[in-house]
Design a protein around this ligand. Structure first.
Ligand code: PEP
Ligand code: MG
Length: 748
């Protein structure tokens, strides 16, 4: 038999599997296709369940009389899983580990070739091919099977392991959009797919036109009420999407086009589909990236109109009797979120998006746990229960009562701890031996400004200005930016505010200025590189910051992201001088703010001594610094388990930065996720860092830790960790110290 082209075969198989709706149909397709590609009588797929037993998922060739499960470590299948390499033999029954699986009529087949299915380093199952004759697979076919299995593992990894019909506790990985845990009933946010509607003749044209106008009025009213629900939580900019919808709905071109289609004899949904498609295509062809991106809004609005036309499956009706709601969808929209009363929304699951997408930003502002980028969920049953674990970026489908009870304990403990910590909000963050730490908050949405203050933040250590840029439909004007920054300075009157200049690029994309054509976006046009090349944006932003600080007597610190070279610093300082000159000339009482750099590109570490006479402070961005030191993409789920800010290289480099800053008298803070991780904070305190900035909800935990951990002890712990060569040992040492301090509840 000629050797098949493995890549072509795999692509075909992957496509066919994706088109099937149920996991059982998908596994059946896999075994049928593999036995055909390899040319064997039997192909059987086993997946590991939670007890490590091998569950027979599907077989081509074996008799399937009922559920089959091979106990962990038993038989040839168990051997393959244990040894983690292929076993290819002519006569299976003569192998000492042979284990006859009752009821499969396996005895008819003599040869056996089993290959482990490995997903991110873990054996998740075994694929077995068998033949009636006692001839082992040829070396070429064995190699083919191994290659196929290395790809197949990723397809079957998220499948529920079916035994007696129970799909229990199926974990699915995504990325965290917003932290916290929620348990609730899933509700799919689909508004009907307008684009699958077929044309039908219109029987009563006048009635259809009247229905169209009534539909417009209904949806306009819906949008108004959604906007009203969210207006208390969002700024005018953040809720600008509602205005986009409203203006599209009152656009005469769209209204007339639908009417004309109806008068040409199409029924209302058909007329709507044609018209919406027409306008969406027009936008898609536009050169201007902002206008091009609007085609998605038109699609979304089209589906919303169709959903309301159908009436019976509106989201409001679906959630009517549910108390704990998990919203699920490709992209859960702002209006979906607005439809659910805040006290009943316990989680969000998105099939698209990243931690920085619009939905994630909103979920964070509303403190709703969210997981993004989950493989689309098929065959959702009504009121199906889900666990959303925003802390680890996973969801659990079909959770059993025991698992729900375990997660509920996490939720309850979290709440108890927060109640206890609340008492600390006005207490100082001082160690038992008198070391005072300044605790600041990270912010970016107007909605998360006040929580910071409420939790006792002494200022804003990182204001991510890209967030107000990202939740809009166009670049904000200078005045619009001044309006946003005014609110920041008003709320943080008399307190320091570290405003970072626009840090877009990489995984942070502006919907109206996408930078998508880069092979290595994390190494590309982002942060200061982007803004210095788009100097007009930088000038506008710096002018807005200075004006707003002057108007509010704000304690402005400007923070520059992704700095890696002295030239960037020089260019910024020139721009700042020019902005000050312009504004003074225009009559504003602006003054030169303090300027500092983020330490997040490793090159900045050795260069810091050279820059120290040109900057006023430094802030360590440990998220990016970890990414670039370890050459591990912080958004790539394939390497997520390796991305670790407790890696010894990260700790040694941080210690070096702190020492350089101390020698040069440069004030230093840390504003990455490390500042909110109690284990990492023990090390940071040991290094002598005295300013930490983190999200509002983490402030009190870290204060609690600081008040219990003597500085002297933190220094000893750091010294011990600096001797270790791997993060597991570092983590274990830190954990045991935390537990000895009676602070184990901080890391549950
Ligand atoms: C960081 O890189 O640590 C940081 C705080 O910046 P961001 O997460 O916004 O990239
Ligand atoms: Mg960063």
């Amino acid at each position: 038999m000629p050797q098949p082209n493995i890549l072509l075969e795999f692509n075909r198989l992957q496509k066919e599997v994706a088109e099937l709706n149920t996991p059982s149909a998908q596994v059946r397709k896999i075994v049928d296709s593999v036995s055909e590609i390899i040319g064997t009588d039997v192909c059987t797929l086993y997946l590991k369940d939670q007890h490590q037993d091998m569950v027979l998922m599907a077989s081509h060739g074996l008799v399937e009389t009922g559920p089959v499960s091979i106990p962990s470590g038993r038989g040839l299948v168990g051997l393959v899983a244990q040894d983690r390499h292929a076993l290819n033999i002519a006569k299976a029954s003569e192998h000492p580990d042979f284990f006859y699986v009752e009821g499969t009529a396996e005895e008819r087949f003599q040869s056996f070739c089993g290959v482990p299915l490995v997903h991110y380093g873990k054996v998740i199952g075994v694929l077995v091919v068998q033949r009636a004759d006692a001839v082992a697979l040829s070396p070429e076919s064995e190699a083919l099977l191994i290659t196929l299995c290395s790809q197949l593992a990723h397809i079957v990894a998220d499948m529920p392991v079916t035994l007696q019909g129970a799909h229990i506790n199926t974990y699915m990985r995504g990325v965290s959009g917003s932290s916290g845990v929620g348990i609730g009933q899933g509700v799919l946010c689909d508004h009907g797919d307008l684009f699958s509607v077929a044309d039908e003749p219109c029987t009563d044209v006048d009635a259809a036109v009247a229905d169209w106008h009534a539909l417009l009025a209904n949806v306009q009213a819906e949008i108004k009420s959604e906007e009203a629900t969210l207006s208390a939580l969002l700024s005018a900019q953040e809720s600008s999407i509602f205005h986009t919808y409203a203006s599209l709905l009152s656009d005469q071109a769209l209204i007339q086009k639908v009417e004309t289609e109806i008068r040409n004899g199409n029924w209302l949904p058909g007329a709507l589909r044609k018209s919406v498609q027409y306008f969406a295509d027009l936008f898609l062809e536009m050169e201007d990236p902002y206008l091009r991106a609007r085609h998605e809004d038109i699609h979304h609005l089209g589906n919303k109109l169709y959903g309301t036309f159908q009436g019976n499956n509106s989201l409001a009706e679906k959630i009517a009797n549910l108390q704990q709601i998990v919203l699920i969808g490709d992209q859960v929209s702002v209006s979906d979120i607005a439809t659910v009363p805040a006290d009943r929304l316990v989680g969000i699951i998105c099939f698209e998006g990243s931690s920085m997408s619009h939905t994630a930003v909103l979920a964070n502002a509303l403190a709703v746990p969210a997981v993004m980028g989950i493989t689309p969920l098929k065959n959702l049953r009504s009121r199906e229960r889900f666990i959303v674990d925003g802390n680890s970026g996973q969801i659990v489908r079909y959770p059993n009562d025991r698992l729900c009870a375990e997660f509920q304990r996490v939720i309850d403990e979290e709440k108890l701890l927060l109640d206890k910590l609340w008492e600390l909000r006005d207490e100082p963050a001082v160690s038992p031996d008198g070391n005072a730490i300044r605790l600041l908050t990270n912010s970016g949405l107007l909605a998360d400004l006040t929580p910071g203050l409420k939790h006792g933040a002494q200022g804003i250590g990182l204001y991510r200005t890209e967030i107000p840029f990202m939740v809009r439909q166009s670049f904000p004007s200078e005045q619009e930016q001044v309006d946003v920054y005014n609110q920041v300075f008003r709320i943080y009157k008399g307190k320091p505010v570290y405003m970072r200049t626009l840090d877009v690029g990489g995984d942070k994309q502006l919907p109206y200025f996408p930078i998508t054509d880069e092979d290595n976006p994390a190494l590309g046009w982002r942060g200061i590189r982007f803004t210095l090349d788009n100097i007009q944006l930088m000038m506008t932003q710096v002018r807005a910051m200075l004006t707003s600080a002057a108007l509010n007597d704000g304690d402005l610190h400007i923070l520059l992201p992704m700095i890696s070279a002295a030239e960037e610093l020089n260019s910024f300082n020139e721009l700042l001088t020019e902005a000050l000159r312009q504004l003074q000339h225009e009559g504003h009482a602006v003054k030169r703010p303090r300027v500092g750099v983020m330490i997040e590109v490793p090159a900045a570490i050795s260069q810091l001594p050279f820059w120290s006479n040109r900057i006023d402070f430094v802030s360590i961005g440990s998220n990016d610094l970890t990414q670039y030191l370890l050459a591990l993409d912080r958004n790539n789920s394939r390497v997520a388990s390796r991305y670790d800010h407790l890696h010894p290289a990260v700790i040694h480099e941080l210690n070096r930065v702190v020492q350089i800053a101390r020698e040069r008298d440069l004030p230093l803070s840390l504003c990455g996720e490390m500042a909110a991780d109690p284990l990492a904070v023990m090390l940071l305190l040991g290094m002598g860092i005295t300013t930490l900035s983190m999200s509002a909800t983490k402030l009190l935990r870290i204060k609690y830790l600081i008040r219990k951990l003597p500085q002297r002890r933190a220094e000893i712990i750091l010294k011990q960790c600096l001797q270790l060569d791997n993060s597991q040992d570092i983590r274990a040492l830190l954990r045991s110290n935390l537990i000895k301090l009676n602070l184990g509840e901080l890391i549950k």
